[in-house]
Design a binder for this molecule. Structure first.
Ligand SMILES: Cc1ncc(C[n+]2csc(CCOP(=O)(O)OP(=O)(O)O)c2C)c(N)n1
Ligand SMILES: [Mg+2]
Length: 396
């Protein structure tokens, strides 16, 4: 694809009329209401993800990480901005490019890196690896390797939250009375044509489930450009229209703009207990996975997107003394020295996570192969049977 076509692809769908960008703002935007500390935290979170991914790439090349490994560099604002719009106990589920979501949700770099290394101290005891980040305390339900398979799960999470509140009138997990929740189901543009997504969206529309399908539209499904494999690529909201689901197109290159459009959508879904669909424009700077010669795109195209880098964008905004935010507080939110300090601190945190992963033990096959698996030997895997947790499977 030519550079111009790529620019048109992301540019055309960012029409100001689509999401309100470009209108003179008389009232404060949602981001205007956020404290400086939140924006600084977002910058740190995005930088943490980038540094984590850089170190993961290194470790992978040194064969310390095995299996598939899909890096999130370039897409950081997508996870940080959307998760930054949610409550902590709103459930989320994603695909295999999942390290960014895990870190943005609050998983420690240690638990995430150790999982990549297949170590017992990893978030899934090293049994899942790069594609299967799980973090129940932080309401992250994976990390899934089958394209599109997580979308019915996200729909189920929304169903469960709505059922607890409206039918059971109590929570099965916490003492607190159930409140209105919203689930996020992230997917790649390559999942748009999976049947599972369409079945899930149909039910979400039919039962008005509070789930937001977020298409992290990086323009490619492995080496296939979205226009080559998907109808209505210029306006994916039409897919949601078919199911009576509200659709939005949002710029994922600028985290503040993202928040200004995504947060009101989350508020609406929560209040109405209804679904939504977001075509979130983003881009991955590296190949699909660690082995991708990237013959399907030009270096110029990659450079074009790097020039819109979301971390650079936010750092410049915070260090600019002429923004209304800076003027209101009398100085830029962040000095250059503070930004450098932040980078040093994050690099050190990621370095420690690699050391932690290297020094952790591998799982003991004698016990770990048989724990955390569910079996029902009596009923031979019937869904109606009672499942026993952590019991050795007699069939093995
Ligand atoms: C059902 C299924 N079909 C094919 C694959 C192989 N596969 C792995 S990743 C991928 C591309 C998906 O691209 P996209 O959804 O755009 O996500 P991205 O990699 O861009 O984040 C494919 C086809 C798979 N994992 N699952
Ligand atoms: Mg993609």
């Amino acid at each position: 694809m030519s550079t111009t076509a790529a620019a048109e692809r992301t540019g055309s769908n960012l029409d100001p009329h689509v999401n309100g960008a470009g209108h003179a703002q008389s009232r404060p935007t949602p981001a205007d209401l956020l404290p400086d500390s939140t924006l600084v935290k977002w910058l740190r979170d995005m930088y943490l993800i980038r540094e984590f991914e850089n170190r993961s790439a290194q470790a992978y090349q040194q064969a310390k990480i095995g299996g598939f490994c899909h890096l999130y560099i370039g897409q950081e604002a997508a996870a940080v901005g959307t998760i930054g719009s949610m409550e902590h106990d709103d459930p989320i589920v994603t695909a295999y490019r999942d390290h960014g979501h895990a870190l943005a949700r609050g998983m420690t770099p240690e638990a995430c890196m150790a999982e990549m290394f297949g170590k017992i101290t990893g978030c899934a005891k090293g049994k899942g690896g790069s594609m299967h980040m799980f973090d129940k305390p932080n309401w992250l339900f994976g990390g899934h390797g089958i394209v599109g398979a997580q979308t019915p799960l996200g729909t189920g999470l929304a169903f469960a939250a709505k059922y607890e509140r409206e039918v059971l009138k109590k929570s099965l997990y916490t003492e607190n009375p159930p409140r209105k929740k919203v689930a996020l189901a992230y997917l790649g543009d390559g999942a748009l044509n999976q049947g599972a997504l369409h079945e899930a969206m149909n039910l979400a529309g039919l039962w008005s489930l509070p789930v937001i399908y977020i298409v992290e539209n990086n323009g490619y499904s492995m080496g296939t450009a979205i226009e080559r494999g998907t109808t209505m690529a210029h306006d994916l909201r039409k897919k949601a229209d078919a199911y009576g689901i509200r659709g939005e197109i949002i710029n994922g290159f600028d985290i503040i703009e993202l928040y200004n459009h995504f947060k009101p959508l989350v508020d609406w879904c929560r209040e109405e207990q209804a679904p939504a669909f977001v075509d979130l424009k983003t881009y991955r700077y590296l190949g699909h996975s660690m082995s991708d010669p990237q013959k399907y795109r030009t270096k110029d195209e990659v450079e074009l997107f790097k020039s819109k880098d979301s971390i650079d964008n936010l750092a410049s905004y915070l260090m600019d003394a002429s923004t209304p935010r800076a003027k209101a507080r009398g100085s830029a939110v962040l000095t250059e020295e503070q930004f450098i300090e932040m980078q040093t601190e994050v690099k050190e945190a990621v370095r420690r996570s690699v050391e932690f992963a290297e020094q952790s033990d591998t799982p003991d096959p004698a016990t770990e192969l048989y724990s955390d698996v569910f079996i029902n030997p009596m009923k031979n895997l019937s869904p109606m049977g009672d499942y026993i947790h952590g019991v050795r499977n007699p069939l093995i």
